[in-house]
Design a protein around this ligand. Structure first.
Ligand code: ATR
Length: 272
């Protein structure tokens, strides 16, 4: 029987992960099965336990279980601990290893696919929820010249900045007026609701990159706004999705698949 993997979430039927991991398995010649695993909202642990009992080797974890998966793991990677969110579980007998590949996926998409260096750049991250927390540390490790986190509820941004001992600067949206950034990453859930984070005009430096971690929503209000400003490059989160999957595949299988052909396949097949 091939090794069993799955993505656990609720809802989960929209997930592109089975398609992506099937492509990685074909490409690397690994014999594995990757399915969708719907867990009832209050039954994450029993559903994951049952999967392990059936011989499951690993899970990707999506909303709303990323925090619960952090508590489920017996060992955490440093990046999962920093994010307090797990998107990858690896099962090895009694050991449940929890990792977070989201931030690494974003950084790889920015640098390798979009040719956007982060080092020395002025970076603005929008949002202070789980999605933002997952990418802060990997972005900081690239040594941006400035790192500002803006959130609608300023208090949440300030708490995050405090917990990181001032490694980033917390800001309200209004206080961004008259400042400019080379990279603006939207980690809010605004795009899900078709809403625009209240960015003042003029925050995009000439040639800046606007990155929405959301995908599959067409041009979001965030990207449409950036198009009308000085942003030179607009990107959705599909590249990040494929890159975090490649990093999870590496955690499980010790082999790093090539992501570019899979990203191309997804874009061209109209799956997203
Ligand atoms: P997730 O785990 O996906 O990050 P979350 O913890 O609910 O979800 O966080 C959602 C984030 O999107 C928050 O930063 C939220 O801002 P608040 O902390 O002020 O609630 C942000 N958000 C949601 N809708 C928004 C909007 N229309 N404009 C700006 N920020 C928004």
């Amino acid at each position: 029987m091939p090794d069993q993997y799955a993505v656990i979430g609720n809802p989960v039927e929209h997930s592109k992960s089975p398609l992506i991991h099937a492509a990685f398995a074909r490409q690397t010649g690994h014999d594995l099965a990757y399915d969708l695993l719907l867990a009832p909202i209050h039954k994450f642990v029993v559903t994951a336990d049952a999967f392990r009992a059936r011989g499951g080797r690993g899970l990707n974890v999506t909303l709303p279980f990323k925090a619960e998966a952090t508590r489920y793991a017996t060992t955490l990677s440093a990046r999962a601990r920093a994010a307090q969110a797990v998107n990858t579980l690896k099962f090895d007998h009694e050991i449940i290893f929890g990792d977070n590949t989201d931030g690494a996926g974003l950084v790889r998409d920015l640098i390798d696919n979009l040719g956007c260096a982060i080092a020395g750049q002025r970076v603005l991250l929008l949002g202070a929820g789980g999605a933002a927390r997952g990418v802060i540390d990997p972005l900081l490790q690239q040594h941006p010249a400035q790192f500002v986190l803006a959130n609608r509820t300023l208090d949440r941004a300030q708490q995050l900045a405090q917990s990181l001992h001032g490694a980033l600067e917390a800001s309200s949206y209004a206080a961004l007026a008259n400042r400019q950034f080379d990279l603006v990453v939207n980690a809010t859930s605004a795009s899900l609701a078709g809403e625009l984070p209240p960015l003042p005009r003029g925050v995009y430096a000439p040639g800046a990159l606007a990155y929405d971690m959301m995908y599959g929503k067409g041009e979001t209000p965030f990207l449409a706004f950036a198009r009308g400003e000085s942003a030179a490059l607009l990107a959705d989160g599909l590249g990040m999705l494929v890159e975090q999957a490649a990093e999870s595949f590496f955690v499980w299988r010790g082999v790093r698949p090539e992501s570019a052909p899979v990203l191309k396949l997804l874009r061209e097949s109209g799956h997203v």
